[in-house]
Ligand binder design. Structure first.
Ligand code: PLP
Length: 279
């Protein structure tokens, strides 16, 4: 498919960025990922709102009104996307003197492409995660392209046969390397609050809305390491995985290792909301 780079539509191997780009030299940029179902972007206003917030947080000038919505539509139509994941990346731009603070007024580098997405219409088999210290910085709310901490944590999880790390800071669970977590205890749904320690996942937000519609009691309160062994259910959320039940944290089996009833309810509500989106 065609990729977008600074106003041009190019074959992927034709898209080239300067070695002086601040994304390359400093990871000075942000990104966004938007799922597309049957040619329609899902929860796009929420994803674009987060993109605007990420840009504002690191003082990269935003694009003109309507730019991102238009680019979203063009990516889908030019690539005839049915199900896919849109990727947007904006860096502060390029200048030939390497300097932490830019020495001139820069034009941001804007890149966008689409990759294939496997849609879920059943309940995924429960997967394993591993508990690990959250070694990342204190502005995890910004969707920064600086992902070294996330990559190291993901490698650690993979080496232990897990799909994700379950990260903790000061005894509390924060999130995953590329996902948010929800725990169920005594019929109540818990998830870490959307503060500086987590990325406010759009899937997280959507699951909170679905839970409210189902009248499930929800607390945006972090659950703790001490409580892990007593959890009834655990699942993670992300745009690509949607709702993924968790069977095991290290050697702790959650529930009986199967998808719990509340998780199942939310998976079904999520599928229903996708069908409504497609209708
Ligand atoms: N947390 C982190 C650190 C992420 O990188 C991601 C997405 O990749 C998420 C959470 C989930 O966010 P979303 O539901 O918007 O995909």
């Amino acid at each position: 498919g065609l990729v977008y780079l600074n106003g041009e539509w190019l074959a992927p191997e034709e898209a080239k960025v300067s070695v002086f780009d601040r994304g390359f030299l400093f990871a000075d940029g942000i990104y966004e990922v938007i799922p597309v179902y049957q040619g329609r972007p899902f929860l796009v206003e929420h994803h674009l709102a987060r993109l605007h917030r990420s840009l504002a947080a690191i003082n990269i000038p935003d694009q003109p009104e309507g730019f991102w919505q238009d680019l979203t539509n063009q990516l889908i139509t030019r690539n005839q996307v049915t199900d896919g994941l849109i990727y947007f990346q904006v860096t502060r731009g390029a200048e030939t003197k390497r300097s932490h603070l830019p020495q001139t007024v820069l034009t941001p580098t804007v890149f966008a492409n689409v990759s294939p997405l496997q849609l879920h219409w059943d309940t995924p088999a429960p997967a394993n995660v591993v508990l690990y210290e959250d070694i990342r910085w204190l502005r995890c709310d910004i969707k920064s392209i600086s992902l070294l901490g996330n990559i190291m944590l993901k490698q650690f999880a993979e080496q232990r046969g897990a799909i994700e790390p379950l990260l903790h800071r000061d005894g509390s669970i924060t999130e995953g390397a590329s996902s948010n977590y929800f725990a169920v205890k005594d019929g109540v749904l818990y998830t870490a609050p959307a503060d500086h320690l987590i990325l406010p996942g759009i899937t997280r937000m959507w699951v909170l809305q679905l839970a409210a519609q189902l009248n499930l009691p929800v607390r945006e309160e972090a659950f703790t390491i001490r409580e892990l062994a007593q959890l009834d259910e655990l699942f993670l959320t992300s745009s690509s995985r949607e709702i993924q039940p968790i069977a095991k944290i290290d050697d702790i089996i959650i529930g009986n290792g199967r998808c719990g009833p509340l998780t199942q309810k939310l998976v079904e509500a999520f599928h229903e909301s996708k069908r409504a989106h497609l209708a």
